[in-house]
Design a protein. Structure first.
Length: 323
């Protein structure tokens, strides 16, 4: 199909290196793609985090004896406990890390800009850990930081912790909110979902439309969900903790922000999720960005559309975390 993409975004897309599949991303061989990404990132200059932000890695023991890392970005200065945003990074649930040097400057800047403790979850990736492993990690991180003693130790207001996820990180963020609700824990202050990966069934119109844009198309989404769920992909009994788009009961979730692009394979599943949240009585800030593609703010950070989105997103986070 023809894509009427914003000129600034189109230029950024054209400048991206493409693989043999014609796209910037290729999940047909996940270990090989991880290796290529690591090598490419190592060749780029890495900006240092703002020195006004302290960076600390918190290790939380899991029941099996392994440790979940949560990287805390805490602005300096005096004052009482700060709100906290528990953040799940992008990467289709198969790529990325809370320890990624390239994302640390971004995280530090966000913590400083919003005057919050930003807690980035180093959740387990597929296929090594299939769903719902990442969600269990999110629940562990949330309940640990929300405990009064732990919150006090890290300068966090335990009643002002939100959940946020981008792209692949949207799945464990939304599923963590469901798990927190179902297990009777304190409701998060917010749920923020930027172009989230929610539904393994891949049967929406946008899932069939976005096939050759050259970024994150239907093909890559099918590969990613196959890694996350294995043979369970598309089965009628996939649990919402594994694919939150499957949830039929969305009542009781916190105020939710949903942003998605016109030319995004996730467009229709995200719009449907927002619609069903609204029907369940959940306040929803929904934003559909015309002429944009998936993760436009990341791939074209200097564009006008990225700036517009950034202001809107920051405003939501400030109102819900500090208000």
């Amino acid at each position: 199909m023809a894509y009427d993409i914003d000129p600034e975004l189109a230029a950024a897309l054209d400048a991206m290196p493409k693989g043999p599949n014609g796209a910037a991303l290729d999940f047909s061989d996940i270990p090989a793609f991880r290796a290529r990404m690591t090598a490419a990132m190592a060749a780029l200059p890495v900006p240092a985090p703002d020195p006004r932000v302290a960076v600390e890695t918190l290790g939380i023991p899991r029941d099996d004896g392994t440790v979940l890392d949560v990287v805390l970005f805490r602005p300096g200065g005096t004052g009482g406990p700060r709100p906290c945003l528990l953040y799940f990074h992008a990467g289709a649930q198969v790529l990325g890390s809370a320890h990624d040097p390239a994302s640390r400057a971004y995280a530090a800047a966000m913590a400083l800009r919003l005057d919050i403790v930003l807690a980035v979850v180093d959740y387990r990736l597929a296929p090594e850990t299939p769903a719902p492993g990442a969600t269990e990690d999110g629940y562990l991180a949330y309940t640990h930081l929300a405990a009064a003693a732990n919150a006090a130790a890290h300068g966090i207001a335990p009643d002002r912790i939100g959940l946020a996820g981008a792209s692949g990180g949207g799945a464990p963020a939304a599923a963590t909110a469901l798990m927190v609700r179902d297990r009777g824990q304190r409701r998060p202050r917010l749920l923020s979902l930027n172009y989230p990966m929610l539904d393994d069934r891949n049967d929406t119109p946008s899932s069939h439309e976005i096939t050759d844009l050259g970024l994150y198309d239907r093909r890559e989404n099918l590969y990613a969900w196959a890694a996350v769920l294995g043979e369970r992909v598309g089965a009628p009994d996939v649990h919402p903790y594994c694919a939150p788009g499957r949830a039929t009961d969305l009542a009781g979730l916190p105020d939710t922000f949903v942003a998605v692009a016109q030319y995004d394979v996730f467009r229709d599943e995200d719009l449907d999720f927002a619609r069903r949240l609204t029907a369940a009585g959940v306040p929803v800030d929904l934003h559909l960005y015309a002429h944009a593609f998936h993760a436009w703010d990341v791939f074209a950070p200097d564009s006008a559309l990225a700036a517009t989105f950034g202001r809107t997103w920051d405003d939501f986070l400030r109102r819900r975390l500090h208000g």
